[in-house]
Design a protein around this ligand. Structure first.
Ligand SMILES: [Zn+2]
Length: 173
C-alpha cells in the first residue's frame, strides 16, 4: 500500500514541478522583459505616430500641461524674441495630430458651416483660427468659443495682427 502511494506522489510532484518550472519561467521572462522594453521605447513613437491610441491621449494632455508651465515661466521674454513664433508654430504642428485638436477643429467647422467667416467662401482650404492668440492665453487652445473658421488666404492676413481681429471675430461667431 505504501509503495504505490509513494510512487504516485513522487511521480505527480516530479511532473508538476517540471511542468510549472518549464511553463512559468520562459513565459514570465519573455513577457516581462520584452513587454517592459517594448512599451517604454515604443510609447513615444506610438503617441507621435498614432494619436488614436488611448495612451497617447494621456501623454498629449501631459505634454500640453508641460508646455503651458514652460511658457508661463517667461512669457515676456518669449513674446519679444523671434523664437516665440517658432515655438507657437511647433506647438500647432504637434497639435494637428492630436485628437483634441481635430475634435476642436471639427466642431468649429461644423458650427461655421465650413465657411470662411471673413470672406464668406464655403469649403476649399479651410483653417481654424484662435481668436485670442495662443501666445496671449494658451489655456484657450481647445476652447470652441475661441475658434473661428477661416480660409487659407484670410488666415494669412491675420498672422502677426491677431489682436486687431479679436473683436471682429468675436462678433462673427
Ligand atoms: Zn476667407
Amino acid at each position: 500500500m505504501a509503495a504505490p502511494k509513494g510512487n504516485k506522489n513522487t511521480l505527480g510532484k516530479h511532473w508538476k514541478v517540471k511542468n510549472t518550472s518549464k511553463m512559468k519561467h520562459p513565459r514570465t521572462n519573455v513577457i516581462w522583459n520584452k513587454g517592459k522594453k517594448m512599451t517604454e521605447e515604443q510609447k513615444k513613437k506610438i503617441s507621435k505616430n498614432n494619436a488614436k491610441y488611448w495612451k497617447g491621449k494621456k501623454r498629449s494632455k501631459k505634454t500640453v500641461e508641460k508646455i503651458k508651465r514652460t511658457k508661463r515661466k517667461n512669457p515676456m521674454r518669449g513674446e519679444k524674441s523671434s523664437n516665440w513664433q517658432g515655438g507657437i508654430t511647433e506647438i500647432k504642428k504637434r497639435m494637428r495630430g492630436w485628437w483634441a485638436w481635430k475634435e476642436w477643429r471639427e466642431i468649429i467647422y461644423k458650427r461655421d458651416n465650413w465657411t470662411c467667416k471673413m470672406c464668406g467662401k464655403r469649403g476649399g482650404k479651410l483653417e481654424p483660427h484662435h481668436i485670442i492668440p495662443l501666445r496671449t492665453d494658451l489655456t484657450l487652445i481647445y476652447d470652441v468659443e475661441n475658434g473661428i473658421t477661416l480660409c487659407y488666404l484670410c488666415h494669412r492676413k491675420t498672422i502677426g495682427k491677431e489682436e486687431k481681429f479679436i473683436e471682429l471675430f468675436q462678433n462673427l461667431i
